[in-house]
Design a protein around this ligand. Structure first.
Ligand code: IVH
Length: 687
């Protein structure tokens, strides 16, 4: 115990107790060491039998002295009592995501951008695999693992501490030799190795459970378990790739950060390279892609990070991703299989989508048995027919698609595919608009009605919790809901008659429906499911018009005065609101108490204090981050540019400014120090 600097106060103990404690400490240390060699370094030194003997001795000693069991003991990885739900944890730092690039040209442009922003010709990158799992935040206090959570929305995630404890490659106790910080927050990826994934799926199907679609789903499903015994039984691994917070300064480069984490005993990517040029990055990408099929785990690209920390800080971040790193993805994998049938599905706006049912094929560890064919034109262009041999591809999350038909010499082919003349769900006539075929049944078509309600209730629209696919299907199939407004007339008695509904679930759903009665204008608009009107356009409309009435009475010309709205969106809006049945439903929704919050209409751009002015930032800002500064001036009407010209309004020079400052001097552009800039902001904002 004495060589453990984290253990501050073992306290005085009688001799025997002391020797038991010593033996316990010794066993734990040994087991930890061998776990590290086995699970992290992949270099075991003990036989299984020798390891088991150590472990058993620890188990028995702890059983005899339960008061001496500590939460970081290797025996404590077996799982704890099941939970009712996963708690929430607010991340200490936002968990960002990465911009994905796939084309070499875009990666070269990224390198150029970095060089321009940093005003240098020589940038070192660290490149490592992009693990295809789910990302987690891990917190260590005094060297002990105390807390871990999933990414969630980037700000708040789910508390999966007890599940993470069951992962063998995750050290419950950091190695003290390398003096890790007393408080340490790291980020990593939890995933499942391919052989373990296949074995798990075999076990699941043998038991009659559904198999997981891919290793990532298997990892997510296993980690987000309420019963950690189940997680303990699932072969998860973790690799760490980022220190998010620690006491004192962070290591001065990403490479050093990985090395430091490795010294502390954390698993880090063993495949990694420091690249002095973007050509070296390309080389690593290429080599790794060649090796991809020989790796024990799934990766879907490499992550390229500017190595120097001070440069990372200077580059800062965008709203959801750092500017100094990108995911450089691999080209999608392709596999050959046969089209067994082509069926047609009906979406929420009535669009018919042809879908190929395939002879199941494994593409990069994932079994694919269906692929979208997008629309009739695409089927015709690729000339895909039932019985054809085809190449299917899968790119990350994207729904599998058929890349092309593979002609087979001497094959006799079936007739070309044609779209049905009647909806396969409701038998209404099918109409055509350009490449799209759609069912004219509208809300009378159960497929459309279900889709419309699911969309209306979804998170980014009315956010009615508990109104998922299954419940919506029941409500529609039982005839309880024939349009959106019917949702607000559902009664407890009606719900109780549905399969799977009891008092509690009915109350929860009715409460959620009631809560959705107050809704912002943009969410409501988005929820209506008008073609071409997604979250963004709904926001634009809400900001421009302020009220539903104003939007409903706007004609095409008025709508098209808005920058982001062209002929298609305006036509779609006008025809939606002209439709009597739509107006009736909206009217009924309002009568039933739906209150749509109106918002003040945006100030016209020209009247903002910085309208027409442009800003260029150089060097680091101490008080505000670059992003914050940028957002502030943009809100006041300015634009922000990355290069200085005669037309530049102000150059704001922070610490360690680059050549942009000289350019500003040469061109006679106004130069502001950080303090002067803040002063100017204050004045403009009237504070
Ligand atoms: S760094 C601030 N490094 O990819 C940068 N992410 O789309 C944060 N991922 O959500 C991410 N391997 O879950 C980083 N070596 C790696 C990674 C990695 C996988 C995941 C991560 C992130 C997603 C980005």
């Amino acid at each position: 115990m004495q060589d453990d600097p984290f253990n501050k106060n073992p306290g005085p103990t009688p001799d025997i107790a002391h020797s038991i404690q010593e033996r316990l400490a010794h066993l734990k240390k040994e087991i930890r060491h061998h776990d590290h060699l086995y699970y992290v370094k992949d270099r075991p030194e003990l036989s299984d039998g020798e390891y088991d003997r150590l472990f058993l001795e620890l188990v028995e000693l702890e059983r005899a002295h339960p008061e001496l069991v500590t939460s970081d003991s290797p025996t404590q990885r077996v799982g704890a009592a099941p939970l009712d739900e996963l708690g929430k944890i607010r991340h200490e730092r936002p968990m960002l995501s990465l911009d994905s690039l796939i084309d070499q040209g875009d990666v070269l442009a990224f390198d150029q951008r970095m060089k321009r922003e940093l005003e240098t010709n020589q940038i070192e990158y660290t490149v490592e695999p992009k693990f295809d799992g789910l990302s987690v935040e891990l917190v260590y206090d005094q060297g002990s693992f105390v807390r871990g959570s999933t990414r969630g929305d980037g700000t708040t995630g789910e508390d999966v501490t007890i599940n993470l404890r069951t992962i063998r490659s995750l050290p419950l106790q950091l190695q003290a030799i390398a003096h890790p910080s007393a408080h340490l927050v790291v980020r990593g990826e939890v995933y499942m190795r391919l052989d373990d994934f296949h074995a798990l799926n075999r076990r699941m199907t043998e038991r009659g459970d559904d198999a997981f679609a891919n290793p990532r789903n298997a990892a997510a499903g296993s980690l987000r378990q309420l019963d950690s015994h189940i997680t303990a039984d699932r072969p998860l691994v973790v690799t760490c790739y980022e220190v998010m917070a620690m006491d004192g300064p962070l290591p001065s480069s990403h490479w050093d950060e990985l090395e430091a984490m490795a010294l502390w005993g954390l698993p880090v990517p063993s495949l990694r390279r420091r690249c002095e040029t973007i050509d070296d990055v390309m080389g690593f990408h290429h080599e790794t892609e060649q090796e991809r099929d020989n790796l024990a785990y799934e990766i879907d690209g490499v992550v390229v990070k500017v190595n120097r920390r001070d440069w990372q800080e200077r580059l800062g971040m965008k709203s959801r991703s750092p500017r100094w790193a990108i995911a450089y993805k691999f080209a999608p994998r392709k596999e050959i299989t046969v089209v067994q049938n082509i069926v047609v599905s009906v979406g929420r706006t009535g669009t018919l989508t042809p879908l190929a049912l395939l002879r199941p094929a494994e593409v990069g560890g994932v079994t694919i048995s269906r692929a979208t064919l997008h629309n009739a034109d695409e089927v015709a262009r690729k000339d895909i027919r039932v019985g054809d041999t085809v190449k299917v591809e899968r790119a990350g999350d994207v729904i599998p698609a058929i890349a092309e038909r593979v002609p087979v010499p001497g094959e006799s082919r079936s007739a070309p595919f044609t779209m049905p003349s009647h909806c396969p769900v409701c038998r209404s006539a099918v109409a055509r608009q350009g490449a799209y075929f759609y069912c004219t049944g509208q809300a009378a078509c159960p497929a459309q009605l279900k889709g419309a309600i699911e969309h209306f209730a979804s998170k980014s629209a009315l956010n009615i919790e508990g109104l998922g696919k299954r419940t919506v299907a029941q409500l529609v199939d039982q005839g309880l809901v024939r349009d959106l407004a019917d949702l607000y007339q559902l009664s407890r008695e009606q719900l109780l008659k549905l399969e799977g509904f009891a008092e509690r679930s009915s109350t929860l759903l009715l409460d959620a429906i009631t809560r959705s009665k107050t809704v912002s204008l943009d969410r409501f608009l988005m929820g209506l499911g008008i073609r071409q009107v997604g979250q963004h356009i709904a926001k634009v409309l809400a900001r421009e018009f302020g009220s539903l009435d104003a939007i409903m009475s706007a004609d095409r010309d008025r709508l098209q005065t808005i920058m982001e709205i062209g002929p298609e969106i305006s036509a779609s809006l006008v025809s939606y609101f002209q439709e009597n049945s739509n107006r009736r439903v909206i009217h009924r929704l309002q009568e039933l108490g739906l209150a749509i919050e109106e918002i003040p209409v945006a100030q016209s751009e020209a009247s903002l204090p910085f309208s027409g002015k442009s800003f260029v930032f150089t060097g680091g800002l101490a008080g505000l981050g670059r992003d914050e500064a940028k957002t502030l001036v943009e809100r006041l009407g300015a634009t922000v540019s990355s290069s200085v010209s005669k037309r530049t309004g102000y150059v704001v020079a922070g610490a360690d400014p680059g050549s942009k400052l000289d350019q500003a001097r040469n061109l006679g552009v106004a130069i502001l120090s950080e303090d002067e800039f803040l002063e100017l902001l204050k004045k403009q904002r009237g504070i």
